[in-house]
Design a protein around this ligand. Structure first.
Ligand code: FAD
Ligand code: NAP
Length: 546
């Protein structure tokens, strides 16, 4: 049954980092805001991804909001990289502080959004029978919020516990005495495997394409470091906003006391003599995390640098994994290092030396089907109590196209995006007035520190809405030509980069039938921000006001 139609200025979908900030900012500007979230509480990614070992791989002092000095000063991070429980606590702390939950409806999914050209408004429906009418409809639905689960034959017959890392249950999980399978060795699998192996009776990892992973070398932050960063936060945050990828802190000294910044290397990696290179990689760069590709940007496009770096990484895998056959499976085949997002781990390779850990190379020994008691491969029937799918997400477009969005003349967004997402600046699409996306396709989003990109989009959307109110403008949408030019600009920028040609979720390669298109903007955070500023300074160039 439908509930009575409610009118509101803004509907925000999603209560992750984007939704929480949007709700606060727009409500403070006097707009009526209704936020709708499928989960039971705020958190988004950090609500859903509770799998063992889940962690951030941007330094915690940078992966946090910058918009409130009070929040920034009050919160104290414990480690260089924060684990999921701490990040969830942080966003809950922010939601309490801003008192945003009063604008939020939880346990509710938005299902449809239909635009009415006469009233310039959207009618938004939910799975709980709500109907809202709003002028602005904002999808803050996340880039990695729709888990992708493979469709193995017999999956429904499996009688044990079956989980996906991206929708992990809240209950406390105990693997003691259990036989566990993990399918997938991307970032999520690589984080979960060492932790599950600590208690499981037996862990079997199903490997298809291995990913390269670097040691996180996570450690507690010193009080001195925290103090120094807080004292200099304004400068650091500004550097982030005008950097390539939205994070600027580099590898630190052992005591974690001094602030060091990432600096691009003077020459490509392959020009450093190999002995010297391998030594500095060992001593400094191997555990510098995502600062490494900022230092050696040539790793994103230069074949020679990639080759020498992979030689180093392959040697490292062979030296860490005792069994040469297992090591061979764990060495990625044919992929360049930067075909995918770099992964960071804690004792991942060493885990394969444990007696209770085994792996199955699914390229040689295919998964045929799930059975009642486990997994049947080409070679054997394997029994499991628990199967974990660490198989990734229908990234960037998945959450948006799952809502029935109809713009002008009944055009659906799903149909409009059938050959890949079409957006101007990753913010708006032609034919869908007053529909904004936060960190949408065509913006740096997942190629950046997401907190920096989220804040930029939220503030851009807020400024745009304020401008429309001041000028008494009813609607805004992207011009078709501006949208097309932006897409072509990104294709050109992305062409020389490895990620355009690799088989990752960045190009939709992980979801059968998904069009293969580079989805994030590859020009970097700084260039993108300048472009967004220029568009506004030129009177919202490329947008049509109605
Ligand atoms: P999300 O946090 O994804 O929130 C979107 C919300 O929208 C979800 O709660 C979802 O339930 C809700 N939603 C979606 N569709 C609907 C609907 N139809 N109706 C109602 N609600 C809906 N980024 C980094 O920068 N650094 C990292 O180290 C990093 N680590 C990550 C680790 C993991 C395991 C994952 C999965 C992602 C990671 N990310 C990282 C990316 C991360 O998604 C972002 O940093 C950020 O948390 C996204 O916030 P968001 O608010 O945009 O989206
Ligand atoms: P992912 O990178 O897409 O990895 C999915 C894994 O599952 C891959 O190893 C893939 O193999 C495998 N797989 C998928 N379908 C399979 C099948 N049918 N049979 C066998 N194997 C299968 O997903 P993810 O690990 O969840 O990470 C997604 C993104 O989330 C990351 O890139 C990152 O942006 C974010 N994330 C970040 C962190 C962090 O450290 N901060 C942690 C987790 C996630 P193939 O490679 O062969 O396809």
């Amino acid at each position: 049954m439908k509930n009575k139609l409610k009118k509101t200025d803004v509907i925000v979908v999603g209560a992750g980092f984007a939704g929480v900030y949007l709700t606060d900012l727009l409500a403070k500007k006097g707009l009526s805001v209704q936020t709708i979230e499928a989960a039971k509480d705020v958190g988004g990614t950090w609500y859903w991804n509770r799998y063992p070992g889940a962690k951030c791989d941007i330094q915690s002092m940078e992966y946090s909001y910058s918009f409130s000095k009070e929040i920034q000063d009050e919160w104290v991070w414990t480690n260089k990289y924060a684990a999921q429980p701490e990040i969830l606590k942080y966003i809950q702390f922010v939601a309490d502080k801003l008192d945003v939950r009063k604008n939020m409806k939880f346990n509710t999914k938005v299902t449809d959004a239909i635009y009415d050209e006469e009233s310039h408004s959207w009618t938004v429906s939910t799975d709980k029978g709500d109907e809202f009418e709003c002028q602005y409809f904002i999808m803050a639905t996340g880039c990695l919020s729709v888990p992708s689960t493979p469709n193995f034959k017999g999956m429904a017959d499996f009688k044990g516990e079956l989980y996906h890392t991206g929708s992990w249950p809240e209950k406390k999980m105990d693997f003691k005495g259990k036989k566990v399978a993990v399918i997938g060795t991307g970032s999520s699998g690589i984080q979960a495997i060492p932790v599950i192996a600590e208690t499981a009776d037996k862990l079997t990892v199903f490997v298809r394409d291995s990913s390269y992973t670097l040691p996180a070398n996570n450690k507690p932050l010193s009080a001195t470091f925290i103090e120094k960063v807080k004292a200099d936060y304004e400068t650091i945050r500004n550097r982030e906003r005008y950097s390539v990828s939205g994070h600027v802190l580099a590898v630190n000294d052992e005591a974690f006391e001094d602030i060091l910044f990432c600096e691009p290397a003077e020459a490509p990696m392959h020009t450093i003599p190999k002995d010297e290179l391998f030594k500095i990689l060992d001593e400094k760069y191997i555990s510098s995390g995502l600062a490494l590709p900022v230092t050696f940007q040539d790793l994103t496009y230069d074949e020679q640098s990639d080759e020498v770096f992979r030689e180093y990484l392959d040697g490292r895998i062979r030296s860490l994994v005792n069994d040469p056959e297992k090591a061979a499976v764990l060495i990625p085949k044919g992929d360049r290092f930067y075909d995918r997002r770099p992964v960071m781990d804690t004792h991942y390779y060493e885990t394969f030396n444990k007696e209770n850990v085994d792996l199955v190379d699914v390229n040689k020994n295919m998964i045929i089907e799930f059975t009642e008691s486990g997994i049947r491969t080409a070679d054997a029937d394997l029994e499991f109590d628990v199967i974990v799918c660490a198989t990734g997400f229908d990234a960037m477009t998945g959450a948006i196209t799952r809502v029935n969005i109809q713009g002008k003349e009944g055009k659906t967004l799903k149909e409009y995006w059938k050959n890949g997402p079409r957006m101007y600046l990753g913010l708006m699409a032609n034919g869908f007035p007053n529909l904004f996306t936060v960190t949408g396709p065509g913006s740096p989003s997942v190629l950046s520190n997401m907190l920096v990109s989220i804040e930029q989009h939220v503030e851009w959307i807020d400024a745009c809405i304020q401008h429309m109110k001041e000028q008494k403008i009813n609607s805004i949408e992207a011009e078709y030509d501006a949208e097309e030019a932006w897409i072509q600009h990104n294709i050109e920028l992305a062409q020389p980069l490895f990620i355009t040609h690799g088989n990752s979720w960045y190009v939709g390669a992980n979801v059968p039938g998904k069009p293969r298109v580079i989805m994030p903007y590859t020009g970097g955070v700084s260039l993108y921000r300048e472009k967004c500023e220029e568009v506004v300074n030129n009177g919202y160039e490329g947008f049509i006001f109605g």
